[in-house]
Design a protein around this ligand. Structure first.
Ligand SMILES: [Zn+2]
Length: 86
């Protein structure tokens, strides 16, 4: 083994290791993104379910009587159009 071959092997090993770490980091990143998206979806679904059941939940949302846009259930005035809720 001469000097040139040994440097080439070291670079190849290093590149392989970097590729592996980058691949792993990208995989972990997407797993975290997917997990967060799933958790956020669960919270929204839960809020909708509670809203449908009419439970008192400060995080629950309701549609505005005037514009139909969603706002927290305990709000008396619409965030979007300012309409006072019945
Ligand atoms: Zn409104």
């Amino acid at each position: 083994m001469n000097m040139h071959e040994s440097v080439g092997t070291a670079v190849g090993t290093l590149f392989g290791a970097i590729s592996f770490v980058v691949g792993l980091a990208v995989m972990v990143f997407w797993m975290v993104v997917a997990w967060r998206a799933m958790r956020a979806h669960e919270r929204i679904a839960d809020a909708w379910e509670r809203s449908a059941k009419g439970e008192t939940d400060p995080n629950a949302v309701k549609p505005c009587a005037a514009c139909g846009k969603m706002m927290p259930k305990n709000y008396t005035k619409c965030l979007h159009c300012g309409h006072t809720q019945p």
